[in-house]
Design a protein around this ligand. Structure first.
Ligand code: FAD
Length: 519
């Protein structure tokens, strides 16, 4: 299964959190924290990781005031912690003020896809929201007044005061202030362009521009090629008598990161593995659904529908089928408009009594094992599961009209929309569903619809950083798996859909599922 460190490594300039370090790091801390809760299997988290890593490097020097951390919610060990912190989708960024008392006090920072600059400015805005519990290591960020500057060297024992004159919406002054927080013998304050007296006194004509005041009473324009953060910071750090202070980049004595990778399990691409399917069920029901402390309305309906389809079509081992049927029975009997995750947890507990009803608590990827921990895994198994279910539905003798041809696709759509942690994947899928799912007229068309939409996703993702180099995203099934599926008309590739349907029915049939690596 997933292991600590997923997308990040100890060499990255951020704190790798784990279930046992999360609360004692983030809560009651003298610094603020911005934590990325991610899932190593989530493609958008993979896309976002370089940005987050670059942001961490960019503001590394701010760390006594604000620290960056990451926690992999795909690691089963962290599952409950992610629930306690209210994480339901990935990636989620949460800002915790210094001395935060409880997990609920974190505030969401939106637009995780944003640029480093936006994220950095967002951090500053959040830092400024501190009221009485200002992080002790964070210098003042509010604009300086004429009066404060006049008496500055009487009350502050430093040689230099840098003033960054700027407009109200500029962040340069605050960024330089934070960049310099670990440096001694120099202070930085921002002055707003509306502070007329100071603007006049120093003859400021451009915003931003920097001035250096020395405690002997002299002042001069900070000589930089560009009026920008990095130029000011570079200049100030090299002033004679300015030294980097005693702050060290504190990191907790982390639990050792377990980087020993799981052994590779040889898999046959032409087979379907029960271990992947059962892992998908476990992860979907006991991890993804369990993230929500209460289920009502659309989510509750989606869960009931999903489990009903599983109970009807999943070609599981007898004790797994018992398990699904008993969960289904329980859900059908729920009369309340809401259920709690703790009630559901009980129902999802394995029973080994007279009729065992058991679903393994393990996650073991075989056909879905990636060459690295963050590749493949859960989303791969979820596709496999739903392909299998659409095909199973075609084998039922004339399924009675009420559920209709959309029975399985509807269950999938509801599950993805309500629970799939990769929220952007869910949006993409919903977009495809809105466009064409209701044009499906038969159970055969339903299996083909899912096949062709999955290929569209494959085409979109081919060559991106979420692609496992050892498992390139192909238009599937490739010719070696199904020669008859491929044809050429007017020198263009065409699918033979009848052959594809035959292939899907054979590939996703109970006879093609093998039990290797199941318990
Ligand atoms: P997968 O694409 O997961 O395929 C799993 C297995 O299914 C393959 O190994 C193959 O045996 C079989 N298969 C492949 N293609 C087909 C097909 N056309 N028909 C039938 N069987 C097939 N990731 C993103 O980065 N962005 C997204 O927007 C995104 N959206 C997603 C939406 C959904 C609903 C799901 C379930 C996942 C989504 N993902 C997205 C994840 C992504 O599609 C892959 O699941 C993930 O990158 C793992 O890829 P994989 O190589 O294991 O193969």
């Amino acid at each position: 299964g997933a292991q600590p460190g997923g997308l990040y490594s100890p060499g990255d300039p951020l704190v790798l959190l784990q279930v046992d370090t999360l609360e004692r790091s983030v809560l009651n801390s003298s610094s603020a924290w911005l934590v990325e809760f991610y899932a190593s299997w989530c493609g958008h988290c993979v896309h976002f990781a370089p940005t987050w890593r670059a942001l961490a490097a960019d503001i590394q020097e701010w760390s006594p005031a604000v620290k960056l951390g990451v926690l992999d919610c795909a690691d089963i060990a962290n599952q409950k912690a992610c629930g306690d912190f209210g994480i339901t989708g990935f990636p989620t960024l949460k800002f915790f003020k210094a001395f935060s008392k409880s997990p609920e006090t974190g505030t969401k920072v939106f637009h995780p896809g944003d640029s480093i600059q936006n994220l950095r400015q967002n951090i500053i805005t959040n830092l400024e929201m501190h009221k009485e519990t200002w992080p002790p290591a964070c210098p003042p960020l509010e604009p300086a007044s004429e009066e404060e500057i006049r008496g500055f060297f009487q009350t502050n024992n430093v040689t230099y005061l840098a003033l960054i004159f700027e407009t109200n919406d500029s962040f340069v002054g605050r960024e330089v202030t934070l960049d310099m927080l670990q440096y001694e013998n120099v202070a930085v304050r921002r002055v707003l362009s509306s502070e007329e007296e100071l603007v006049k006194k120093y003859g400021v004509t451009a915003f931003p521009s920097g001035f250096l005041l020395i405690n002997n009473g002299t002042f001069s324009r900070i000589p930089v090629q560009m009026e920008a953060r990095s130029f000011y910071t570079h200049f100030l750090r090299r002033l004679p008598g300015v030294t980097r202070g005693p702050y060290t980049l504190t990191s907790l004595p982390d639990t050792p990161i377990n980087t020993t990778s799981t052994p590779r399990r040889p898999a046959d691409r032409s087979k379907v593995y029960m271990a992947d399917l059962e892992s998908a069920l476990h992860y979907a029901l006991r991890v993804e659904v369990a993230r929500f402390s209460v289920l009502t309305g659309e989510q509750l309906r989606a869960l009931k529908y999903f489990v009903a389809v599983l109970a009807k079509y999943f070609p599981g081992r007898p004790f797994v089928q018992n398990f699904l049927r008993s969960v289904d029975r329980w859900l059908r009997n729920v009369r309340e408009s809401r259920i709690s995750s703790s009630a559901l947890e009980l129902v999802l507990t394995n029973r080994k009594e007279v009729t065992p009803a058991v679903l393994s608590n393990n996650v073991t990827w075989v056909g879905c094992q990636g060459s690295k921990l963050h590749f493949r895994g859960y989303p791969c198994s979820l596709w496999t599961l739903f392909h299998l279910l659409t095909v199973q539905a075609t084998r039922h003798p004339v399924s009675p009209p009420p559920p209709g041809p959309l029975e399985v696709l509807g269950a999938m759509r509801g599950y993805i929309r309500s629970f799939f942690g990769c929220r952007e994947c869910a949006q993409h899928f919903e977009g495809m569903a809105v466009k064409s799912m209701d044009k499906v007229r038969s159970v055969d068309q339903a299996a083909l619809w899912l096949w062709s939409r999955h290929n569209r996703v494959n085409a979109r993702l081919a060559g991106t950083e979420t692609e496992d180099p050892e498992f390139p995203k192909l238009q599937w099934p490739p010719p070696d798996l199904c020669p008859a599926c491929h044809g050429v008309v007017n020198r263009r590739h065409v699918w033979d859909e009848a052959a594809v349907l035959r292939f899907l029915k054979a590939h996703f049939s109970p006879a093609n599922i093998i039990l290797d690596y199941t318990e």
